[in-house]
Design a protein around this ligand. Structure first.
Ligand code: G3H
Ligand code: 13P
Ligand code: NA
Ligand code: ZN
Length: 328
């Protein structure tokens, strides 16, 4: 059934695991996440970005997730709005029945300009007031996602700052985080620790200077009762890049967030781990391979099936790695 995000995260905290939150925008992705969760007994967070809502349409997103709840009535499921850029957008999602919304006030409403602390507190408080009245959960963000190597925000539309970010903007300050939580009373806080959205996160396997897992520990010890969220948490498996390139793709050398680092972060308060890119890579690799090997086929279901299987495999792997087995 559709359940409260707050309850899921509280359970994860009480039992020391983390829940991958998968971005979805179509039927096969929703099916992949649900069947993966079903096989391992995991709870599910399905999230829709602004881009996903635009691509599929609000009604389709809402009803795809409703269909998932109907098809898998025994699985606890949360419908979450990812990266809302204003209180109005969050209000719209709450009106559609989303049980959880992210108010990303780390950026102004254009989704690109870094916002100041007071603006962030103001918009996040507004959303907390609306959401809590409805029993919905609120995720906020403090600090801007971006690469500590380059100062770039990453490449996803609408969810990355434009222009160079400073080192300070890209690392959430523990003291500020405490003030932010106190002022907003939100449920979950997304923190910036050097990850960014998309496939191009790190130019080499990341070390502590560019992926600040130590910062997670500092923040968690300052606000131990706030659920922490990691964005930009795809691991960008090298074997998927290789498969894509083997079948005609042109992905450049790149590295993601190692699963072992996420597992370390889970020990220190990270309860929600956002993953989009890994599912995209898995599906793209499967489609490229199928099409290269079966140039005569033209029934879309024939290649969407292996794509869905590949998505399911990566989801299942993350559920197991983050400790979700049997927690659903
Ligand atoms: O929020 C991050 C997701 O990767 C969103 O991507 O805006 O292309 O749907 P999208
Ligand atoms: P990735 O691009 O690393 O999958 O991150 C997705 C994300 O943070 C969605 O909010
Ligand atoms: Na989110
Ligand atoms: Zn994100």
């Amino acid at each position: 059934p559709l359940v409260s995000m707050r309850e899921l995260l509280d359970h994860a905290a009480a039992n020391n695991y983390g829940i991958p939150a998968f971005n979805v925008n179509n039927l096969e992705q929703v099916q992949a996440v649900m069947s993966a969760a079903d096989e391992v007994g995991a709870p599910v967070i399905l999230q829709a970005s602004a881009g996903a809502r635009k691509y599929a349409g609000e009604s389709f997103i809402k009803h795809l997730i409703a269909a998932a709840a109907e098809a898998y009535p025994h699985i606890p499921l949360v419908m979450h709005q990812d990266h809302g850029t204003s209180p109005e957008i969050c209000q719209g999602a709450l009106g559609l029945g989303f049980g959880s919304v992210m108010m990303d006030g780390s950026l102004r409403a254009d989704g690109k300009t870094p916002a100041d602390f007071d603006y962030n507190v103001d918009v996040t408080r507004q959303v907390v007031a609306m959401a809590h009245k409805l029993g919905a959960t609120v995720e906020g963000e403090l600090g801007c996602l971006g690469s500590l190597e380059t100062g770039e925000a990453g490449e996803e539309d609408g969810v990355g700052a434009v222009g160079k970010l400073s080192h300070d903007q890209m690392l959430t300050d523990p003291e500020e985080a405490a003030q932010f939580v106190k002022a907003t009373q939100l449920d979950a806080l997304a923190i910036a620790i050097g990850t960014s959205h998309g496939a191009y996160k790190f130019t080499r396997p990341p070390t502590g200077d560019v992926l600040a897992i130590a910062r997670v520990k500092e923040i968690h010890s300052r606000i131990p009762n706030t659920h922490l969220v990691m964005h930009g948490s795809s691991s960008v498996p090298q074997e998927l890049l290789a498969l894509i390139n083997q079948y005609g793709g042109k992905m450049k050398e790149t590295y993601g967030v190692p699963v072992s680092e996420i597992q370390e972060a889970i020990k220190h308060g990270v309860r929600k781990i956002n993953i989009d890119t890994d599912v995209r890579l898995a599906m793209t690799a499967a489609v490229r391979q199928f099409q290269a090997q079966n140039p005569d086929k033209f029934d879309m279901r024939e290649w969407m099936k292996p794509a869905r299987e590949a998505a399911k495999a990566i989801c299942k792997q993350r559920y197991l790695e983050f400790g979700c087995e049997g927690q659903g």
